[in-house]
Design a protein around this ligand. Structure first.
Ligand code: TPP
Ligand code: MG
Length: 351
């Protein structure tokens, strides 16, 4: 174990409190909020996989196993903060207030799915790895120049730390001391490439040293630890102290996307000992008298109804206009593209 960057935990695998300094802050409201959102996004995620398997949704990137990282971080934000997610962070987006119907719509390839609710600063999910880090640094810089107390959070995976944009984002943010939190979810794989083959450094948190900013390693399956460390980093940022690099160590239970088969590259027993975040929270709730079967049945029913309604609305959304594929590429459409458009439309008319 890396002694300089120990993994911070508030509850252990059995749901026991291991950091008593948080005792008073783990109140029933917070516990139930965290559990509710984790249950909600898991229901969303499993439904998405099922829809994809039925041919009702495009390729999908599941986040099961990473719910504590996504919910804990999103609930730590203020309503006016910025969120820069990746393709795997729909759980964080939903928790922060993104529309569920639109989130499904995004996975059917619709640009409308990227539009956040009025006043919510949620960027479209970044698919090109790490490109959102300089964007987040820029948005945070703008907030600093305007003199607000708003901050930005950038989500990214372990693989993203091998990209130039990771360096540019962190360097820029630290030099200009801007209010941004770099929130890494280390799920130990970049598609099929394990972390040992991606980097020589033992942790991601230690990369913060190079930029002169704090680097903190947290248990990404412990919702409390994520929530409180992100809150701390956001406060640090709002108070003019600049960025923090957080490494949430977690595990993706399923495939990289629905087009991937992890049994081809992950040893069968890898990840077996990991206690997934909802079970961990359930154990904590049972240990502390917060577990309530009636409440669970109630939220489960409410969430399932919400998910079904979102799917129905997504499926009855007006069909895409094929012309959009051509019309928004150039300000002035070049001739070849105009030709392609005309011949494609003629093809469709012929049926
Ligand atoms: C610039 C760029 N290079 C390569 C890819 C192909 N690609 C898609 S996902 C991925 C792995 C990213 O791994 P990580 O950052 O750990 O995120 P995770 O998928 O594990 O959440 C790669 C290489 C891409 N999308 N963008
Ligand atoms: Mg990864």
């Amino acid at each position: 174990m890396n002694t300089q960057y120990p993994i911070k935990r508030i509850i252990d695998d059995e749901g026991n409190l291991v950091d008593a300094s948080y005792q008073d802050q783990l109140n029933e409201q917070l516990v139930k909020d965290l559990y509710y959102h984790m249950h909600r996004i898991r229901t969303f995620d499993r439904k998405a996989i099922s829809l994809q398997r039925q041919g009702r949704l495009g390729t999908y990137a599941p986040f099961e196993g990473q719910e504590a990282s996504q919910v804990g971080s999103a609930l730590a934000l203020n309503a006016d903060d910025w969120m820069f997610p990746t393709y795997r962070d729909h759980g964080a987006k939903l928790t922060f207030g993104a529309d569920m119907m639109k989130t499904y719509l995004y996975w059917n390839g619709r640009v409308e799915g990227c539009v956040p609710p009025e006043g919510k600063k949620i960027f479209p999910p970044a698919v090109p790895i790490a490109t959102q880090l300089p964007h987040a640094a820029g948005a945070a810089w703008a907030e600093k120049r305007k003199g607000t107390k708003n901050a930005a959070i950038a989500y990214f995976g372990d693989g993203a730390t091998s990209e130039g944009d990771f360096h540019e984002g962190l360097n820029f943010a630290s030099v200009f001391k801007v209010p941004v939190v770099f929130f890494n979810q280390n799920n130990r794989y970049a598609i099929s490439v394990p972390i040992e083959k991606q980097m020589n450094s033992e942790t991601i948190a230690q990369k913060a040293v190079a930029y002169g900013i704090p680097g903190v390693r947290i248990d990404g399956n412990d919702c409390f630890s994520v929530y409180f460390e992100v809150k701390k980093a956001l406060e640090h940022a709002r108070n003019g102290n600049g960025p923090t690099l957080l490494e949430a160590v977690t595990w993706r239970t399923g495939a990289h996307t629905t087009a991937d088969d992890p049994t081809k590259y992950r040893p069968e027993d890898q990840g077996k000992g990991i206690v997934e975040p909802l079970l961990r929270m359930e154990r904590f709730m049972k240990n502390n008298g917060y577990w309530d079967e009636e409440w669970l049945a109630e939220i489960d029913e409410k969430i399932k109804a919400e998910v079904e309604a979102a799917v129905e609305a997504m499926e009855s959304y007006p069909k895409a206009n094929v012309e959009d594929l051509f019309d928004h590429v150039y300000a002035n459409m070049p001739l070849e593209l105009a030709d392609q458009k005309a011949s494609y439309l003629a093809h469709l008319r012929r049926g």
